[in-house]
Design a binder for this molecule. Sequence first.
Ligand SMILES: [Zn+2]
Length: 479
Amino acid sequence: MHRSLLIALLAANFCLVSAQTPRRPTPARNRAIANIIREIDARNIEATIRKLVSFGTRNTLSEQNDPKRGIGAARDWLYAEFLKVAEQSNGRMTVEKQSYEQQKAQRVPQPTIITNIVATLKGSQPEATNRIYVVSGHYDSMCNTPIDAKCDAPGANDDASGTAAVLEMARVMVKNEFDATIVFMAVAGEEQSLLGSTYFAEQAKQKNWNIDAMFTNDIIGNTLGGNGVRDRGTVRVFSEGVPSNETPAEATIRRSVGGENDSPSRQLARFIKETADSFVPQLKVMLVYRRDRYGRGGDHIPFLERGYPAVRFTEVNEEFRHQHQNVRVENGVQFGDLPEFVDFAYVANVARVNAASLAALAWAPARPAGVTLLSVRLSTDTELKWEANKEPDLAGYEIVWRVTTAPVWTNSKAVGNVTSFTMKGMSKDNYFFGVRAIDKDGNRSAVTYPKPQARTQPAASSSSHHKSDLIDHATRRCV
Ligand SMILES: [Zn+2]
């Protein structure tokens, strides 16, 4: 729908739109994010990509003990680079090699050590330090086949680009103190079926880590597509609509209230787009409402499967002659994932969108928990309630809403530091609602989409003629 038409419709339908509060973050917070964006340097990204390419191959099955060629050399170089970054952190950043032995599998012909480089920048607010944001790229590469450990596999775009972006974000962001914790990660085994990321996500789940969001950056450097289109001004952010880990009971509720466009990952994608629009106007976020491209996957998927919100960043127009190809010239056409086909300035802009979003999330309060939409009583108002946040710098909450056909949140209303609010005269049947938290510096959390209030007990105390009017959302039975 045309934006002005949408606004006119909203204004005509109810009078509360005028209560919408403008986004008014404080200058200090704006300055901090602007500094991060400014300091991200395409020259560092180029140097990292060229260095990673110089190891010849980074295939997960390649040499692990050769100091010059193979994935082991890349692993040790990355580890040393992240350690250098950590030296700037006054002890707040720790770097580890997270290793395990992968047993024989479809793309792993013999047991193989998989190593992720994990740099953790600890959050400094006690109430938020256990909330974790993960940003990753994969440093392994492949040529035509994932089990060829000998061929040259430069992997400049797939995925030295994502790895270089993550290292550059770490270098710049380490100078800041965030409320929540950020993990900068380079994983291996992606081309072997997402092995490194799966290991990390499974460890996180077993240790009950509160990963509030995960970004994977994979193939973020090509700006001249196989379709002949050059686009240096757009990046895709893929997000799933229906959660990968949804239970049958949750599916039943979702079907009854229309929640297929409101997963936590979709809210995360919307948050990234809003942040990019504010801080990185040179790069437009193209929201793609699907988990990944057709027939393809990425390191966000193991996180999604374990219930962690996650999105994938990828360039808009891919060039398949420069992905997963042996380096060669055929009929005058250069094949192979070489650095000359990477647009380093573009990678830097993708890194800026990531960094701005991570900073905004890690400085913001947590997403409100326990957000409930009271659906039991028939009413032309919409009643929302939620649990109180714990952060000492919390200022309050905002209700956001949109018509059901809108792709992103269109309206918001500040409601103060309360844990329930009623949107008078706005029917829950006509809009989607959400709640976000805001702190005293103007940092806003991502949005939490409410669950309809579950019926825990029959309405025995209410009068019987009311009972017959109620609808149980989970079963669609009149009760
Ligand atoms: Zn990749």
